[in-house]
Design a binder for this molecule. Structure first.
Ligand code: GLP
Length: 245
C-alpha cells in the first residue's frame, strides 16, 4: 500500500481529484467505483471544477457505486442515488444511464444483489475504486465480521454506523437499518483502489489498517491483500502513526 500524506481535507480532496482525472484522461472509457459519505464530497467538488474549467469529459465513463440504503428510493434526499446526482453527476457530462448504484427499494433484494454483481462483471470489472473507511473499519457497508469472500449482499448496519450517518438525517431513527453493498470480494476485484482518509476520528481505523493484522473483524485490513492500493490521508488522520509506504 502506498500512503500519501497530505496537509488537510482540502489537499486530500485536490490530490484525489487529480489522481482520478489523470486516470480518466488516460482511459476515457474507465469503469470507476464510487463511494459516498462525507469524505469524497470535496473530491467530487474538485472534479466538477476541473470539468468546468478544463473540460475533462466523463461521457464514456461508467460508474458503479459501492452501496445503497434499503428502503430509500432514488428520489429520497438521503439515498445514495440522490447524493451522487447532487454531489457529482448533475454537474458533469456523464451519461446517467452509465451510472450504476444498487437499488434499495425493490421487492426482490436478493435478485438485485446478483444483478449488480453480474453487471459489474459484464462490464469487465472496475478499473479504479474510490473508498472511504468507517471508524470501525468498514468499507462500503461491509461491517466487521463480513466474510472476505462476500459478493454484493444485504447487510444489517452496525449501531456505530447508524450513529455516524445520523448527521445526514433529521433524526437517528430515520437512518435505515439495512443496506445493499458490494462485498469485500467484489471490492478486491477492482484493478486499483484509492482510499481516502481524513480527520482525527479516522486515526484509530488508519492505525489498525497500517499496523494491525489482516482479519475479518476489521474489514479494511483486506486491502493489504490487494496489489495496487493508494491511501491519501491527511495529517489529522496520520498524526503520530508509523507510516510505511
Ligand atoms: C459510510 C459509507 C462508506 C463510507 C463510510 C465513511 O457509511 N457506506 O462508503 O466510506 O461510511 O463515511 P464518511 O466518509 O462519512 O466518514
Amino acid at each position: 500500500m502506498k500512503v500519501i500524506e497530505v496537509k488537510d481535507y482540502a489537499e486530500m480532496s485536490q490530490k484525489a481529484a487529480e489522481y482520478i482525472i489523470q486516470k480518466v484522461c488516460q482511459n476515457p472509457r474507465i469503469k470507476l467505483g464510487l463511494a459516498t459519505g462525507g469524505t469524497p464530497i470535496g473530491t467530487y467538488k474538485n472534479l466538477i471544477e476541473d470539468h468546468k474549467k478544463n473540460g475533462t469529459s466523463y461521457q464514456n465513463v461508467t460508474t458503479f457505486n459501492l452501496d445503497e440504503y434499503i428502503g430509500l428510493p432514488g428520489e429520497n434526499k438521503n439515498s445514495y442515488r440522490y447524493y451522487m446526482n447532487e454531489q457529482l453527476f448533475n454537474h458533469i457530462d456523464i451519461n446517467l444511464n452509465k451510472t450504476n448504484i444498487p437499488k434499495g427499494d425493490i421487492k426482490d433484494m436478493e435478485a438485485e444483489c446478483l444483478r449488480y454483481e453480474d453487471l459489474i462483471s459484464k462490464h469487465g470489472g472496475i478499473d479504479l475504486q474510490i473508498l472511504g473507511i468507517g471508524s470501525n473499519g468498514h468499507i462500503g457497508f461491509n461491517e466487521p465480521g463480513t466474510s472476505f469472500n462476500s459478493i454484493t449482499h444485504i447487510v444489517k448496519l452496525a449501531q456505530s454506523t447508524i450513529n455516524a450517518n445520523a448527521r445526514f438525517f433529521n433524526r437517528v431513527e430515520e437512518v435505515p437499518t439495512k443496506a445493499i453493498t458490494m462485498g469485500i470480494s467484489s471490492i478486491l476485484k477492482s484493478k486499483e483502489i484509492l482510499l481516502l482518509v481524513s480527520g482525527e476520528n479516522k486515526k484509530e481505523a488508519l492505525s489498525k489498517l497500517l499496523n494491525g493484522e489482516i482479519n475479518e473483524s476489521f474489514p479494511a485490513s483486506v486491502l493489504k491483500n490487494h496489489p495496487c492500493v493508494t491511501i491519501i490521508a491527511d495529517k489529522a488522520a496520520v498524526a503520530g502513526l508509523k507510516v510505511h509506504s
